[in-house]
Ligand binder design. Sequence first.
Ligand code: PLP
Length: 396
Amino acid sequence: MAIAAKIQACIEGSSWIRKMFEEGGRLREIHGAENVFDFTLGNPNVEPPRKFDEELLAIARTVPPGIHRYMNNAGYDDCRAAVAELLAEKSGLDVTGAQIMMTCGAAGALNVALKTMLNPGEEVIILSPYFVEYKFYIDNHGGVPVVVPTNPDTFQLDIPAIEKAITPRTRGLIICSPNNPTGVVYPAESLRDLGLMIQRKERELEKQIYVISDEPYARIAYDGITVPNIFPHVENSLIVTSHSKDLALPGERIGYLAVNPRMTHVELFMEGAIFCNRTLGFVNAPALMQRLVARLQRESVDIAAYQEKRDILYHYLTEMGFSMVRPDGAFYLFPKSPFSDDVEFVRMAQKHQILLVPGAGFGAPGYFRIAYCVDKAMIERSLPAWRAVAREAGLK
Ligand code: PLP
């Protein structure tokens, strides 16, 4: 065998994603790109805020000496301080740069966090529907993912079910709010109840259980909702996030890990994380991006434009008979599949040039995901095709 058996199996297991991707290319050739409605990727279609370009040009004009050199593996102090300042405001806690490490996106931060905490065979609870990469990241560091479903009607936390899944082998839990793929936001009371339950289990099992809050969509929330911060509610918590979505910089790989200042052994955790950032081969987060995001902590892309797209799709699709939870954030809808086999439904939609991801890809068969970080004009052009899909599926 030319490559590791495990990797070969992973590639084969996800080959249907590749097939769908290839099918999209084929449909574009036949019908023209204008007539193919691709809702598969969480890749923002918008440009970063204007201030990003202004700051980038300002740096390019001055070119500070040493700008391209290595720095502390945790990142530039001023960037960490800028991140900490906003987090202190949001959490009401005394967060300082000492609890922040700049990373290569939320993905980098997740891998660092998991490597720092996991002994071989320890369990990490993930909540379905989940961001599929969690399983691979946990496995990267010798951990074992344990899947617990969220409430099937609301996609909110099912705290008794999480409690039941906690064993002496549990090391952590990953939550994501606003959620990919459902778009739901966990309210503060829910985080508080989660924190109380975790604290009780920590006492009972005499061990630290980490709650990792994966929140790259935290600034993408609608109807004036503020996404509650995890820190006041769960002591042994950490935030992994990035500017991939809120500043539309996914290709630039810039994010951070923030550790709750009240975490038990907080300094040791940070020391471990900085070591892992180095030895996983990330070394440090991209220098130029750190200089930029240090100045852009209070900026974000146009959230109103995303809300408008959510409103259009939610309105028309529910009118056509699709059933879904109305999301409060992120840029995804996760409707029920009209067919019990979600892959079959996605194939049928493809015949109408609508490209979707089946819920099975998120550990939640029976649903499908729409990523609406696409042009509004494409959404509008897609409506007749959606109507045809609804008719063929026997909805209204
Ligand atoms: N977590 C979730 C829930 C995501 O949806 C994504 C990207 O889509 C990531 C993490 C990784 O993002 P990043 O680009 O910051 O690594």
